[in-house]
Design a protein around this ligand. Structure first.
Ligand code: E4P
Length: 215
C-alpha cells in the first residue's frame, strides 16, 4: 500500500516527505482554507516538495467550470491530479478530462456504485471517505472492501484511495482490504510511527549502553 499525505500544510508535507514514506499529497478546499493562503501558491509549493500525484480540487459546480479550472491547474505541474466532486456534473467533467489525458481523483465517494460510475467516467483515482461514513453509523471500511472486490473482478484500472482516515486502525484495515493507497493526515501518520514499547526499548538500550560505553 502506498501513502499520500492528506494536508495542505507545507511544514507537515516537508516533514512527512523527509520520512520517505509518502508518494503523493491530497488537498481539498477545507484543508486549503485552514492554511489561509493563496491556493495556487500552496499547490506550487507542494509540487516542489513531493514528486508524485498532488490532488488539487476544483470548486465549480458545473462541468464546464470544472473543466476550465482543471485545465488551468493541470498547467502548474505534470504531477497535478484534478480532484472532482462525485456528482453528475463531476462525472461529465471527469470523462472530458480523461479524454484530454488530464488525471482526476473523484472525491466524496460514499458507495461502491459511485466508485464504479467514476471509474467508468475515466477517473484515475477514486476517494471513498471512510471516517465520514463511520460518523453517520456506517462501516466506512465496508465500502473499501466492496470497491476493492468489484474493481478487481472487473479489472478496472482506477486506483482506490482510502480517504477520510481518522486513526491508524483505518490504515491497517484499508491495507488488509487491499486498497492500493491511503491518504493520511499528518497526525495519523505520526501515530503510526510511534509505539510505546519502541520508545521504552530505545530508552532502555541507551541506559544500558551508558554502563559500558567507557569500557
Ligand atoms: C481526501 O482526499 C480528503 O481530503 C480527506 O480525506 C477528507 O477527510 P475528512 O473527512 O477528515 O475531512
Amino acid at each position: 500500500m502506498r501513502f499520500f499525505l492528506d494536508s495542505a500544510n507545507i511544514d507537515e508535507i516537508r516533514e512527512a516527505n523527509a520520512l520517505g514514506v509518502i508518494s503523493g499529497v491530497t488537498t481539498n478546499p477545507s484543508l486549503i482554507a485552514k492554511e489561509g493562503r493563496n491556493f495556487r501558491q500552496v499547490v506550487e509549493e507542494i509540487v516542489a516538495i513531493v514528486d508524485g500525484p498532488i490532488s488539487a480540487e476544483v470548486i465549480s459546480t458545473d462541468a464546464e467550470g470544472m473543466v476550465a479550472e482543471a485545465r488551468e491547474l493541470a498547467q502548474i505541474h505534470k504531477n497535478i491530479v484534478i480532484k472532482i466532486p462525485m456528482c453528475a456534473e463531476g462525472l461529465k467533467a471527469t470523462s472530458r478530462l480523461s479524454q484530454e489525458k488530464i488525471r482526476t481523483n473523484v472525491t466524496l465517494i460514499f458507495s461502491a456504485n459511485q466508485g464504479l460510475l467514476a471509474a467508468n467516467a475515466g477517473a484515475t483515482f477514486v476517494s471513498p471517505f471512510v471516517g465520514r461514513l463511520d460518523d453517520v453509523g456506517h462501516d466506512g471500511l465496508d465500502v473499501i472492501r466492496e470497491m476493492v472486490e468489484i474493481f478487481d473482478i472487473h479489472g478496472l484500472a482506477t486506483e482506490i484511495i482510502a480517504a477520510s482516515v481518522r486513526h491508524p486502525l483505518h490504515v491497517t484495515a484499508a491495507a488488509r482490504a487491499g486498497a492500493p493507497i491511503a491518504t493520511i493526515p499528518y497526525k495519523v501518520l505520526m501515530q503510526m510511527v510511534k509505539h510505546p514499547l519502541t520508545d521504552k526499548g530505545i530508552e532502555q538500550f541507551l541506559k544500558d549502553w551508558e554502563t559500558v560505553k567507557n569500557k
